[in-house]
Design a protein around this ligand. Structure first.
Ligand code: WTA
Length: 650
């Protein structure tokens, strides 16, 4: 990547200091304290992380903190622990035993509270159900569920017996489920009859049935939690009702001590090829990372009501809805449905009703809130809030200011948290009691994170110069592998510059050391905070009989951050029609899921390519954003086609 000129000056120059009151109470209460601890954490990671990990419960203590044979890390070598024990059992017999672990609200309005004791019981029972169906340590389990407590129960039950869960986001299609089952060779699927979203019912079991119709050999059972009560077909011998199964078992299920490097979960994410990557996380390091970041970044207190709005289908839902907060003994709020159902004020009503103190959401949601206007917010008392957070994409200073003043009432620190499915836990942020926030910047590296901006050769670039965001030493919650594909793991993350983890984001660092994330440098889009590989959409389009070739790029979008724009050439005898455009949109939804629905499909006679046949995305991006095509086009195969790509007319 070539060096970029210094970024344009920021529109928001103000820096927001933590209030004295917040700092006084916070675990890390000054910049100096942060700096000292950070120094220690990168110079003596063994010391720092051993101290943090000791706050968890271990069945056997590790003999060595880190074994690093680049690019393969083992953390807490020889240690044994169980994640569900750390999230549940260790709070029993303490004052937290009868505290709410999960507060849940369904979209239609039902409310449930599960104390740590109750959650423990449910997890034990469901773990026994899994065992009764011969699920063993190391087996892979697909979880395809809406946001109901049973989704967390299923995850924790897997963790309890050493089964490896792979949660598939409810917005993915049958084909996406099938691919993930086959890649992970899963033996069992846990799902619901359906889930509620914006007033309608999503047929989850139906999607699972479609996924299993053909081409899947490994699934023995499907366990179905009854959520909506809609009609579903239950295949005898294969499909089982959750409520019937839990009646057959007792609630006694000791957790299995697992090797620190035993896999905890696989979570699929988009990369720059058509095939999603199964990101593999293991037990000890992941638990330590999720716990430590939750504790320091959200500065969690026993009296907090903490609400992370992410779906459990994404890594944020794993680390900051389930594992991190529960390991901290916090009260984690879970809401099933859409923020604008039945009215635009649903989130604010929830904050008021539950007296939420910490609210963690995504910039794409914040942009929608801004659009819906402040009236519906003013109706509610949000004074319980003390800390706000964002994740998933850069937040513009304008949106930041709105969030700060309208939602936070001008007195809540905002933690902008940069991290990835691969990193397992937060990597860059401003600790709320320690460091000032600069709107639009993710902030400073978290403990143990040696982040830097480098050029193509791995040399650190001067302040305010764009470059590649890398991490120069291993950290506990880092991914260990791409499931079943060591070579791809090595190449994708550690193959670019020796000794450095390549995040795939471009960024710059200012003179105070703050990181400003500029977005992906690979062919991955960030649509409403979801990672969508352009190649995935291209292969989906390519599988339609009318399509000869497709190229997909992102276009800046006010609400979603990026919109999906597709350039499509059709087979010889096919005519471009509005109907065909609609069919192609539906086709992509069907193949990948509603998250990847194209915003714009443009038909073209041909696609701009280099002489070696590579599609020139740079040009397509410029055309998609309505910009003027600039730059060197001398390697183009056919310049004349450029002109024809500029409009979405047939
Ligand atoms: C982007 C989500 C700017 C980034 C936890 C990263 C961000 C990708 C931020 C990971 C942030 C995440 N500021 N960009 N605070 N957080 N990103 O795997 O491009 O779904 O590489 O993990 O989201 O997305 P993922």
């Amino acid at each position: 990547m070539s060096k970029k000129p210094p970024a344009p000056p920021q529109t928001e120059k103000r820096v927001f200091k933590p209030s004295r009151e917040f700092s006084k109470k916070a675990r890390i209460g000054s910049l100096q304290q942060y700096r000292e601890l950070w120094e220690e954490s990168v110079k003596r990671p063994d010391k720092f992380w051993a101290r943090e990990a000791s706050e968890l419960v271990w069945d056997t203590k590790w003999s060595k903190v880190l074994e690093w044979k680049e690019p393969f890390a083992k953390w807490f070598v020889g240690g044994k622990l169980n994640v569900s024990e750390n999230c549940l059992d260790r709070h029993l017999g303490t004052p937290r035993q009868n505290k709410a672990a999960i507060l849940w609200e369904g979209e239609p309005g039902e409310k449930r509270a599960l104390t740590y004791q109750q959650l423990h019981r449910e997890v034990c029972r469901f773990a026994n159900v899994l065992k009764s169906h011969k699920v063993k340590k190391g087996d892979r389990i697909i979880i395809y569920m809406p946001m109901v407590p049973e989704a967390a129960i299923a995850m924790l039950a897997c963790a309890r017996i050493g089964a490896i869960h792979s949660v598939v986001f409810g917005g993915f299609s049958a084909e996406a489920i099938r691919d993930r089952i086959n890649d992970s060779q899963a033996v069992l699927v846990i799902t619901c009859d359906g889930g509620y979203r914006r007033g309608s019912v999503v047929g989850l079991k139906r999607n699972v049935d479609d996924a299993l119709k053909e081409g899947v050999e490994t699934i023995r059972n499907v366990i179905v939690y009854k959520r909506t009560g809609q009609d579903v077909t239950m295949q005898a011998g294969r499909d089982l009702w959750w409520h019937e199964e839990v009646e057959k078992v007792d609630a006694h299920c000791p957790s299995t001590p697992l090797d620190s490097e035993h896999p905890l979960f696989i979570l699929y994410t988009s990369g720059s090829t058509g095939k999603p990557k199964g990101i593999l996380h293991t037990t000890g390091g992941y638990m330590t990372g999720a716990y430590t970041t939750c504790k320091y970044v959200f500065d969690l207190r026993d009296e907090d009501v903490y609400w992370c709005t992410a779906d459990i289908g994404w890594v944020t839902g794993h680390s900051y809805l389930v594992y991190g907060p529960l390991a901290c003994g916090a009260t984690s709020l879970m809401y099933e449905g859409a923020p604008n159902w039945p009215e635009n004020d649903r989130f604010w009503k929830i904050i008021e009703d539950y007296r939420v103190t910490i609210f963690y959401t995504a910039p794409t949601a914040i942009r929608a809130f801004i659009r819906w206007g402040d009236e519906c917010i003013k109706k509610h008392n949000l004074s319980s809030l003390r800390l706000l957070g964002t994740v998933g994409e850069p937040i513009s200073p304008d949106a930041w200011n709105w969030y700060h003043s309208v939602i936070g009432g001008g007195n809540c620190p905002i933690v902008d948290t940069w991290w990835q499915t691969e990193t397992g836990s937060i990597m860059i942020t401003t600790l709320p009691g320690a460091a000032s926030t600069k709107p639009g910047s993710a902030g400073l590296p978290f403990f143990g994170v040696d982040a830097a901006i480098v050029d193509d050769d791995g040399n650190e670039v001067p302040a305010n110069t764009g470059g590649k965001l890398v991490i120069r030493q291993p950290w506990p919650s880092m991914l260990r592998n791409i499931h079943g594909d060591k070579a791809r793991y090595k190449k994708t993350y550690w193959g670019d510059i020796k000794g450095m983890y390549l995040a795939g984001d471009g960024a710059r660092r200012d003179k105070d050391g703050y990181f400003w994330i500029e977005g992906r440098i690979d062919d991955v889009l960030n649509v409403a905070g979801h990672r969508i590989g352009t190649n995935e959409v291209e292969s989906a389009l390519g599988s339609h009989p009318a399509v000869a070739e497709a190229a997909v790029v992102g276009r800046p979008d006010e609400l979603k951050g990026q919109a999906v724009v597709c350039f499509v050439t059709l087979k010889m005898d096919i005519t471009a029609t509005p109907q065909l455009r609609e069919d192609l949109r539906k086709h992509v939804r069907h193949v990948i899921g509603p998250v990847a629905t194209p915003d714009d499909i443009r038909f073209a006679d041909a696609l701009p390519k280099t002489r070696s046949g590579k599609i020139i995305r740079r040009l397509l991006k410029q055309i998609a954003s309505g910009g003027v095509v600039s730059g060197d086009t001398s390697t183009l195969e056919d310049l004349s086609i450029l002109a024809k790509l500029g409009s979405s007319e047939d």
